[in-house]
Design a protein around this ligand. Structure first.
Ligand code: NDP
Ligand code: ZN
Length: 353
């Protein structure tokens, strides 16, 4: 079978590999839709893939059709249409039993796609523990919507959850790429009153407003912290979600948090040894400001809940789809677009039917 691989640092190319086979609890899935993620950009062109063997097939966002199941799989059969989470943990492991399945076999190990095995940009891909990780694609959800569930929705929503967004609260979301936009939508669904969204790409600004942003802050137009303080009468925010920018964003978020406020980071940061936190803004360390950062939850139950939000019309994540492709090989162009990030891009995806 063919797959689009990271062939070396900063390099991608098509490779030919044997079709994977299913162990007793696994499934082999054929993609119906897939999309590139900024995390792949970090892995291919940045520092996060430095550990990878050459010719690793990329991709961890897909919807597909089950092509084969192992002998112990109970709830899925050949031909079933499924949502595939980016994070497919081994739920039997002790870290999973403690509530952090994303880190089941060590920190951030819950995403074997691309890291421990080939990813989804292939004619077929392997899903471990199919009963625990796949979710049936409900009728009434389009492939354009479904392909946003497995990573973008669960990640952005996790940002809002980590940030403890409460009814009637004020929230700042730093970054309105697809992840931050889902952070905006998550904060809105969790009942935030005021949502200040930081970003500048015109399409993303428009969608941020549709997802519930009450104010847009362009970080090119002066100091972001000052703009947020001005828009909150000098009080700052109860919650901050960080989903873009470099390590300096964390310090900015700490500066705008009220005492008692919480930061939920879902941005994958690189190119730095440490994260600078301004001491005064953290009350010399006594400011009662909580900093949290996490890898999105995966697994079947999480996917079913995300899908329920779409099915019942609480949000339409396909509004983020700005570049739609229809051929298998177009994933290469989609991945390059995600790398180059033209101003009109939010999210590209390949929809195969
Ligand atoms: P994008 O690159 O599409 O979006 C980044 C956003 O950050 C844009 O809105 C951009 O603004 C904004 N931004 C850039 N610089 C600044 C700045 N200095 N101040 C404020 N905002 C800024 O990224 P994605 O949405 O695709 O992904 C976001 C991050 O989430 C990535 O690091 C990705 O790796 C990570 N991720 C994490 C996961 C997890 O589980 N934790 C899972 C999936 C992704 P502009 O509008 O001007 O472009
Ligand atoms: Zn991702």
């Amino acid at each position: 079978m063919k797959g689009l691989a990271r062939t070396g640092k900063g390099q991608i190319g098509w490779v030919e590999k044997p079709r994977p086979s299913a162990g007793p609890r696994d499934a082999i899935v054929r993609p119906l839709a897939f999309a590139p993620c900024t995390s792949e950009i970090h892995m291919i062109w940045g520092e996060m893939g430095d550990f990878m063997p050459p010719d690793r097939i990329m991709g961890h966002e897909a919807v597909g059709v089950v092509d084969e199941v192992g002998s112990e799989v109970c709830d899925f059969s050949t031909g079933d249409r499924v949502i595939v989470p980016a994070i497919t943990p081994t739920f039997g492991r002790v870290p999973a039993q403690r509530g952090f399945a994303q880190h089941c076999n060590g920190m951030c190990s819950g995403m074997p796609f691309c890291t421990a095995k080939d990813g989804v940009f292939a004619e077929y891909f392997h899903v471990n523990d199919a009963d625990a990780n796949l979710a049936h694609l409900p009728a009434g959800i389009s492939l354009e919507q479904a392909v946003m569930i497995g990573d973008m929705m669960t990640t952005g929503f996790y940002g809002a959850e980590l940030a403890d967004v409460a009814l009637g609260s004020t929230v700042a979301v730093f970054g309105i790429g697809p992840v931050g936009l889902m952070g905006v939508a998550g904060a809105h669904l969790l009942g935030a009153a005021q949502i200040l969204a930081v970003g500048s790409r015109p399409n993303a600004v428009k969608v941020a407003r549709e997802f519930g942003a009450t104010e847009i802050i362009d970080y090119h137009n002066g100091d972001t912290v000052q703009q947020i303080m001005d828009l909150t009468d000098g009080e700052g925010v109860d919650s901050a979600v960080t989903a873009g920018g470099d390590v300096s964003i964390i310090g900015q978020a700490v500066q705008v948090l009220k005492p008692g406020g919480t930061l939920g980071n879902v941005n994958a940061m690189e190119h730095a040894e440490n994260i600078p936190i301004p001491l005064a803004a953290w009350g010399s360390g006594l400011g009662d400001k909580t900093i949290r950062g996490g890898l999105c939850p995966g697994g079947r139950a999480r996917m079913e809940r995300m899908a329920a939000l779409v099915k019942h019309g609480r949000l339409d994540p396909s509004l983020m789809l700005t570049h739609r492709f229809t051929n298998f090989a177009d994933i290469e162009e989609a991945l390059i677009l995600m790398h180059e990030k033209p101003r009109d891009l939010i999210k590209p995806a390949v929809i195969l039917e």
